[in-house]
Write a protein that binds this ligand. Structure first.
Ligand SMILES: [Zn+2]
Length: 199
C-alpha cells in the first residue's frame, strides 16, 4: 500500500511556529507559502511523489504503516522535520525535494506515536537513525535518477552536523514540560536534535 500524500497549508500552524509575528504578517506569510507551494513546488512534487513513495519501502524493506501523510509547507527559523511532516520552503526546490524524501524515510522507518521520547537514549537513537535515513535518501535519489548532487550534499551536511554535534556533547533528556514561554523562546521548530545536546 502506498500512502496518500497531499501538500497542505495551515495558518494556525504557521502562527504556532512563528509566534513573534503579527496577525497581518502571518497572513502575508501564509499567502507567500501557499503561492510558492502551488506555483513553484507542486510541479516538481507531482512529478516525483508516486515514484518516491514506491521506492522508499523497496530500499528500507519496511512497509508503509500509514495510509495518509499530510505534508505541511512552512516558513520558519529551524529545519524541516518528519512529524508532522513539515518542509521549510526554499528557493532551491530540488533541495526541498531531497529533504522531503529524507523526512518521508523517517516516517517509513519509524511511524510516529511509537517513540518513547522520555527515554534517556532517545536523542542518541535519533542521531543514529538520521545517519541511516540519510543513506536511504541518497539511494532513493540515485534510483530515481534525480540530478541533485549538490542538494544531497547539503541535506547530508544537515544530518552529519546533528550527528557530530551530538557525539561530543552530553545528551540532555527531551524537555517534556513545554510551557508557553519555552515554546515562544524556541519557536517550537527549534526543538530539534541539536537543542537536545548540551552546549
Ligand atoms: Zn532526519
Amino acid at each position: 500500500m502506498i500512502p496518500k500524500t497531499e501538500i497542505v497549508y495551515s495558518w494556525p500552524y504557521i502562527y504556532a511556529l512563528n509566534l513573534n509575528l503579527s496577525k497581518e504578517e502571518i497572513l502575508a506569510l501564509y499567502k507567500k507559502i501557499r503561492d510558492f507551494g502551488e506555483k513553484r513546488f507542486k510541479p516538481l512534487f507531482n512529478k516525483y511523489i508516486d515514484a518516491i513513495l514506491d521506492t522508499i519501502p523497496k530500499v528500507t524493506g519496511y512497509k508503509w504503516e500509514k495510509n495518509y501523510i499530510p505534508i505541511y509547507l512552512m516558513s520558519m527559523r529551524g529545519q524541516s522535520f518528519s512529524f508532522p511532516l513539515t518542509i521549510k520552503i526554499r528557493e532551491d526546490r530540488l533541495l526541498m525535494l531531497v529533504i522531503l524524501i529524507h523526512e518521508l524515510v523517517h516516517n517509513n522507518f519509524y511511524p510516529r506515536g511509537k517513540e518513547k521520547m522520555a527515554e534517556p537514549d532517545f536523542a542518541s537513537r535519533r542521531l543514529l537513525e538520521d545517519m541511516a535515513v540519510d543513506l536511504v535518501t541518497r539511494e532513493v535519489v540515485k534510483k530515481l535518477e534525480i540530478k541533485a548532487y549538490k542538494q544531497i550534499k547539503i541535506s547530508s551536511d544537515f544530518s552529519s552536523n546533528h550527528f557530530l554535534k551530538g557525539k561530543n556533547k552530553k545528551i540532555k533528556p527531551l524537555p517534556i514540560n513545554l510551557t508557553k514561554e519555552t515554546i515562544k523562546q524556541s519557536s517550537l521548530n527549534k526543538i530539534s536534535l541539536s537543542d537536545l545536546t548540551e552546549k
